[in-house]
Ligand binder design. Structure first.
Ligand SMILES: Cc1ncc(COP(=O)(O)O)c(C=O)c1O
Length: 379
């Protein structure tokens, strides 16, 4: 079956955070990480059927859900998990905040990458925990963890490491040996790890696959809380459902603090969407990856021809992390915004001289965005 990613949807009356933020006539918004494509037909159909039922009372996770998720993890990542290790959450973000609060005491600190998805840093700030940042290094065009430097960043009070893999921003898909080195380091230093793998279903590099950190070894698994969701891959983040996987019962207990009390359960539509994506979403996901690869290649060809810009390998997800240092502009985000393109400012992730471009959009829109960037750089 062919899937349509080219039709431009105008996203009017969809209450999209991204599309409602700026004047649509003046600004093309390729910022917040959701996609301009409709969800897969199987998801739309399942949601329509559920809407037609007309009964939307208090609900619970379908009983088969943990086993379905475990089956999906085995099929997609060759990761064998016991369904009892799975805890259903409303979002990955809430999981990050709970993890920081519950897995560290007030006087303990956290290790996070830089640049990083902003909620890693914000979760530490909200819990009032000190954090050390691991500055990622560009090596062979890939943003990688400087594993050799980790020991200089930790002390006896470092209790938790946060990771996003595939990375946001930077888009690196860490290899088995990179993950093992990082995981072993954390185990040796008696640290918990919270591994945010929400972008796992979006690996674009032909020579890479997603490897869950906790699948590397029993020792690493015992220390790791993995956060995952299909929200990103199948573009239903507005319905919101995530899950945590933890072999260690202490970690499972920690991630459930506040759940169904201050932290709400997912909506019934979220269960429906996730089940449909697991059961029937794979052909659509494969087609999506092919489309995103073409978009990624368009970006390489354009950005590599603009002398002042550079970009590393885009191995996973749909977020291009563009280095604008050579532009010598005080605020590259503002430069592009003034020219009619909203990216996500690098400052959001801890790097002022970068911008993050969301390329999960129709090719016609991406071409327009790249033209705007090119023209802005000529000024
Ligand atoms: C690394 C990462 N984690 C979590 C999220 C948000 O997840 P959720 O919508 O489940 O809270 C995002 C969204 O951009 C993300 O990039």
């Amino acid at each position: 079956m062919a899937f349509d990613f080219d039709t431009v949807h105008h996203q009017q009356e969809t209450d999209s955070i991204r599309w409602d933020r700026f004047d649509r006539k003046k600004v093309l918004p390729l910022s917040v990480a959701d996609m301009d494509f409709k969800s897969p037909p199987c998801v739309i159909e399942a949601l329509s059927l559920r809407v037609q039922q007309g009964i939307y009372g208090y609900t619970h996770s379908p009983s088969q859900m943990p086993a379905m998720i475990a089956g999906y993890l085995l099929e997609q990542y060759a990761w064998q998990v016991d369904p009892d290790w799975i805890v259903i959450l409303p979002s990955v973000t809430s999981g990050l905040y709970t993890a920081v609060e519950q897995l560290t005491r007030h006087d303990e600190n956290v290790l996070i990458p830089k640049p990083a998805y902003q909620h890693l840093r914000l979760a530490c700030m909200r819990a009032n925990r000190q954090f050390q940042e691991i500055s990622l290094e560009l090596k062979d065009r890939r943003w990688v963890l400087p594993n050799h430097q980790l020991s200089t960043l930790v002390n006896k009070k470092t209790r938790l490491a946060l990771l996003t893999n595939p990375q946001n921003p930077g888009s690196t898909v860490l290899t088995r040996s990179e993950l093992k080195e990082f995981g072993d380091f954390c185990v040796e230093h008696n640290m918990w790890i919270c591994s945010d793998e929400i972008h796992a279903g979006l690996v674009l590099a032909d020579d890479k696959k997603h490897i869950p950190l906790a699948s590397i070894s029993k020792e690493i698994s015992e220390k790791t809380l993995t956060l995952m969701s299909l929200n990103k891959t199948f573009n239903f983040s507005g319905t919101g459902l995530a899950w945590a996987v933890a072999e260690n019962p202490d970690l499972r207990q920690a991630i459930q603090v506040g759940l169904h009390q201050t932290i709400t359960a997912p909506s019934l539509f979220a269960y429906t969407a996730t089940v449909a994506a697991i059961e029937d979403g794979e052909p659509w996901r494969q087609a999506l990856i092919a489309y995103l690869r073409t978009n990624r290649d368009l970006i390489y060809s354009k950005i590599n021809n603009i002398e002042e810009l550079s970009i590393g390998n885009m191995e996973g997800s749909y977020l291009a992390w563009i280095d604008c240092t050579q532009l010598n502009h005080p605020n590259p985000y503002q430069l592009f915004l003034d020219a009619g393109l909203a990216t996500s400012p690098g400052s959001q992730f801890g790097k002022d001289q970068f911008v993050r471009l969301n390329f999960a959009t129709q090719q016609s829109r991406l071409i327009q965005a790249l033209r705007i960037i090119e023209m802005a750089c000529l000024r």
